[in-house]
Ligand binder design. Structure first.
Ligand SMILES: *Cc1c(COP(=O)(O)O)cnc(C)c1O
Length: 455
């Protein structure tokens, strides 16, 4: 054990990042633009204005400005729960008997329980600055809705959350956290929107999906005076805000002269991973340093590893712009037994481009293996991880065991995006041996990909 490196590396307030890093500025091949679903022309700021806040549109479309100042109000909010610790997993290393050095960046230290607050507070700030009354959004399991309701209550904004119906019914706790912070939470599909009514007509008894809730939230925003829509992942602006994770990680490692070899993160829509890897990938692109960067996704929703890089709809109702991304098709819904999060059909356009350029790798993992890793980690490192985060744990452990085979002392850094207290039903399934590993067949995937828009 090295004496020099503490268990937890914290940055002082003065060492905390004051700017977000926009990786797009350093990408040689830029991510493909969002397209208007009607005309198939790139979305302009004017096209996006009815849907998104003005300053966020600027961030969304800006592929050249490398650094954006973090506004003072956001910096001071960040100080309530940041810097997040970068933890040396000494106990895990010892248990695995690996020569590898393992670090994790823990983002679960706030009431919302995940990294999503980093972008929620930024998006609420820009909505307030624009003088809006409120924002609408969707949430699946509820992490994003929780983070956004906290951010909106801080800035005294109205917050309307369309929550996937099955989660609304089965996960009352997050719903009540959102209501505690003053948000109104509607089960989706609802009869409050035209798209919701249409989906209910076509699929009576449906328990909803993320894609459907997005359609409802967008419709509500564009038809309500003083409201805009906000999204917690996938978009370029969200990756920009989440770069605070990577910048802190890099600063903490640099403080102790540690160079990462492998950087690992779970990937749902790609926001935590995009944020964590940003400064590392920037150096890699510029040829300043080399890193192995690995995205981990569930085998039941394998956008990177089995999807297609193509323009697709971001939502089921097909009201959103088209995004070029690794996708399983907007009609893809992971098997109902899938408990481990990360269930979005597409992937961030930034990460999709980087992956297509061969700058990063992706692996998919089975959910029983994920929960096995989660339990191991909870027992040895003390933190009860979110199932999403446990995807990264699983692969970090795999890589550390590979080092044991080869004797290499690699430095592995992974993102521990959140805690799993609201996911105990999934843990229960695992403990009771009732968790399955449904993996979509090639035919199923091909069938969904037939629905891709012709662009
Ligand atoms: C939402 C969420 C994720 C996945 O979202 P990304 O945008 O891919 O980062 C991962 N972990 C936790 C804890 C989450 O809440």
């Amino acid at each position: 054990m090295s004496e020099k490196i503490p268990y937890k590396i914290y940055l002082s307030e003065s060492e905390m990042p004051k700017q977000w890093y926009n990786l797009r500025a350093d990408m040689v091949n830029k991510p493909a633009p969002l397209l208007n679903p009607g005309t198939h022309q790139p979305m302009t700021a004017a096209d996006l204005a009815p849907v998104f806040c003005d300053d966020l549109i600027k961030q969304e479309l800006d592929n050249t400005t490398a650094y954006f100042d973090i506004p003072e109000e956001i910096l001071s909010f960040y100080k309530m729960y940041r810097p997040s610790p970068l933890v040396r997993a000494y106990f895990l290393e010892k248990m695995l008997q690996t020569p590898a050095k393992i670090y994790y960046k823990f983002e679960g230290n706030n009431t919302s329980g995940s990294h999503k607050l980093n972008s929620a507070i930024a998006q609420a700030y820009y909505a307030k600055k624009q003088g809006l009354k409120g924002v609408t959004t969707e949430t699946g399991a509820g992490q994003w809705g929780t983070a956004l309701s906290m951010a909106c209550s801080y800035f005294d904004l109205d917050c309307k959350v369309y929550m996937v119906k099955i989660s609304y019914e089965q996960k009352p706790f997050r719903r009540e956290v959102m209501r505690t912070y003053g948000a109104s939470v509607v089960p989706s599909p609802s009869i409050e929107t035209e798209v919701g009514k249409k989906i209910l007509e076509q699929h009576p008894g449906t328990t909803g999906s993320l894609g459907c809730a997005i359609s409802e939230a967008v419709e509500k925003a564009v038809t309500s005076e003083g409201y805009r829509y906000v999204l917690g992942s996938v978009l370029n602006q969200v990756l920009l805000h989440q770069s605070v994770i990577g910048l802190e990680t890099k600063a903490a490692l640099d403080k102790y002269g540690v160079k990462a070899d492998i950087v690992i993160g779970c990937a749902g829509g790609g926001s935590n991973l995009g944020g964590l890897i940003a400064p590392f990938m920037g150096e890699k692109i510029k040829g300043e340093a080399d890193y192995r960067i690995i995205a981990v996704e569930p085998a039941s929703c394998p956008s990177f590893t089995r999807g297609k890089y193509a323009y697709d709809f971001c939502d089921t109702g097909m009201v959103c712009p088209l995004a070029k991304m690794y996708t399983l098709g907007s009609g893809f819904i992971p098997a109902s037994d899938h408990a481990g999060g990360l269930r979005y059909h597409g992937m961030s356009p930034v990460l999709s481009q980087l992956y297509d350029d061969g700058l990063m790798e992706a692996v998919s993992v089975k959910q029983t293996d994920v929960f096995e890793a989660a339990e191991k980690f909870a027992r040895i490192e003390g933190i009860l991880p979110a199932p999403e985060s446990a995807h990264a744990i699983k692969v970090a452990i795999d890589k550390a065991l590979e080092c044991k085979e080869t004797g290499e002392e690699k430095t592995i850094v992974f993102g521990l995006t959140g805690t799993g207290y609201f996911d105990m039903m999934a843990y229960e399934k695992f403990h009771d041996g009732k968790m399955q590993n449904y993996i979509p067949t090639d035919e199923e995937i091909a069938e969904n990909l037939k629905q891709l828009p012709k662009v």
